[in-house]
Design a binder for this molecule. Structure first.
Ligand code: GLN
Length: 465
């Protein structure tokens, strides 16, 4: 009830698209009676959680923040959501996002932009003199609604999706811990795809231990997602006596990227020093293909988008145009009315890259570059490095009016520079809040781990926390 009250009190954040109040209260009562009988199902029984609105939920509208899917009620529930429900966790609602998870600001939603709760904090107001009603800052994205829900105390945990950084980016800008597990450890069944070969369900929480607990519940093979792989059971409590002197930390030199704010840079240095003073071995490493990753991602993402979005034709799902004088014009007007311009541009770009005459030159080439990016990481880890320490975002959260005024598309793409190579390589990564900026907004740092070593990554993150 406290969480539902908080949802109502913070309506202005626009974090939720659907609030599932009745279901939540019913589930909470069931959970309470299990507790009274002394039979809770596990550590998440009774814990309120929110879900990004691109995960299918049976009998609950699932929109992807698009006009295209307004009114779409799936007949089934995504595996990761079902796992939380089976544990007794209480679903309180579906959260706002950039349409079809395309973006880094949570500003491009058919339901309007999400506001960062930190815009209303005393620190931000005092340090900047800003009026949060006009000068509010973005949450980052695309899982901004999930991040705002957890940061505003409307929820203890939220699911996001992470294709190029969409869980870690808003996690960092909202002062949260956000985990993107190794590709294949969490089922994608029921997650409406953006880029199938990179999409991973992400976890947004307020502590590393919460991330570990949730990860432990969600991981596992799913017969409905052929890309899932087994992971051994994890202990319920994360050890906090990791021997940090045995950890080798790599600092990728290419991550000193243009646009990195001086404050984030100095945070990065401060934390690297901290690790070194504690006895970890900290060394500079090189990931030479990093500079190509944004362009490579653009080709691969739009190509998969072009094919994934083909299913939204006005016949099977959601919106259908009334202009139906021919099948062709029904498709065309439905798609014109249903998708925002970001989605339409990506469909067009992707189809261009997939044209027979362009396929080799763009799509196949980008896949090769993707392999090189993945190999960069593999070499560093093969040489004995355990984790990489990098910034998560270029700086703290931008003011909404600045973010949408600049060339938003370019800015949005640049925002992914530290997060998105990880998705190309399928590796686990977590962002941990490490400081407040001079504007009183959170700054996070990212740890990247070896494939399938998510647990070790979380132990190092726990130390940092
Ligand atoms: N910002 C990236 C994009 O727009 C990544 C999005 C994501 O991770 N879902 O595609």
């Amino acid at each position: 009830r406290r969480c539902l009250e908080q949802v109502k009190k913070t309506r202005y954040l626009n974090a939720f698209i659907t609030v599932t109040e009745d279901q939540a209260l019913r589930q909470a009562r069931e959970s309470e009676s299990r507790f009274l009988k002394g039979e809770p199902r596990g550590p998440l029984d009774g814990i309120p959680f929110a879900v990004k609105d691109n995960f299918c939920t049976e009998n609950i509208e699932t929109t992807c923040a698009s006009r295209m899917l307004k009114g779409y009620v799936p007949p089934y529930t995504a595996t990761v959501v079902q796992k939380l429900l089976d544990q007794g966790a209480v679903l309180i609602g579906k959260t706002n996002l950039d349409e079809f998870a395309m973006g880094s600001g949570s500003t491009d939603s058919a339901f309007g932009p999400v506001r960062n709760p930190w815009s209303y904090s005393a620190q931000y107001r005092e340090r900047t003199g800003a009026d949060p009603h006009s000068d509010w800052v973005i949450t980052g994205g695309s899982s901004g609604g999930s991040a705002a829900a957890v940061a505003s105390l409307s929820s203890f945990l939220a699911l996001g999706s992470d294709t190029g950084g969409s869980t870690r980016n808003p996690g960092a800008l909202c002062g949260l811990v956000a985990l993107k597990p190794t590709y294949g450890l969490l089922s994608r069944h029921g997650l409406i795809p953006l880029v199938n070969s990179m999409d991973v369900p992400g976890i947004l929480v307020r502590s590393v231990q919460d991330a570990a607990t949730t990860f432990g519940v969600l991981r596992g093979v799913d017969i409905r997602d052929s890309t899932t792989v087994p992971h051994p059971p994890t202990p319920s409590v994360l050890s906090d006596d990791i021997d940090i002197t045995k950890i080798r930390v790599g600092i990728p030199k290419e991550y000193h990227a243009p646009g990195l704010s001086p404050e984030t840079l100095s945070q990065w240095g401060r934390v690297a020093d901290l690790l070194e003073r504690a006895g970890a071995s900290v060394e500079q490493v090189s990931l030479p293909h990093t500079q190509h990753s944004i362009v490579c991602y653009h080709v691969l993402c739009t190509a998969e988008v072009a094919s994934n979005m083909a299913r939204f034709d006005g016949i099977e799902y959601g919106h259908r145009s009334t202009v139906d004088d021919s099948t062709e014009s029904l498709y065309a007007t439905t798609r014109h009315e249903g998708f925002n311009d970001v989605v339409r541009r990506r469909i067009l770009a992707g189809n261009y890259f997939l044209l027979k005459r362009n396929y080799e030159q763009y799509f196949v080439k980008a896949q090769k570059v993707r392999r090189l990016i993945a190999q960069d990481f593999a070499q560093v880890f093969h040489a004995g490095v355990d984790v990489l320490l990098t910034p998560t975002t270029l700086g703290d959260a931008a003011r909404h009016r600045d973010f949408i005024q600049e060339d938003n598309r370019t800015r949005s793409a640049q925002e992914d520079v530290f997060t998105q190579p990880v998705n190309m390589a399928g590796l686990p990564a977590v962002t941990v809040p490490t400081a407040l900026s001079s504007r009183g907004l959170p700054v996070g740092l990212q740890l990247i781990g070896r494939a399938l070593r998510d647990w070790q990554l979380l132990e190092v993150a726990r130390w940092l926390e």
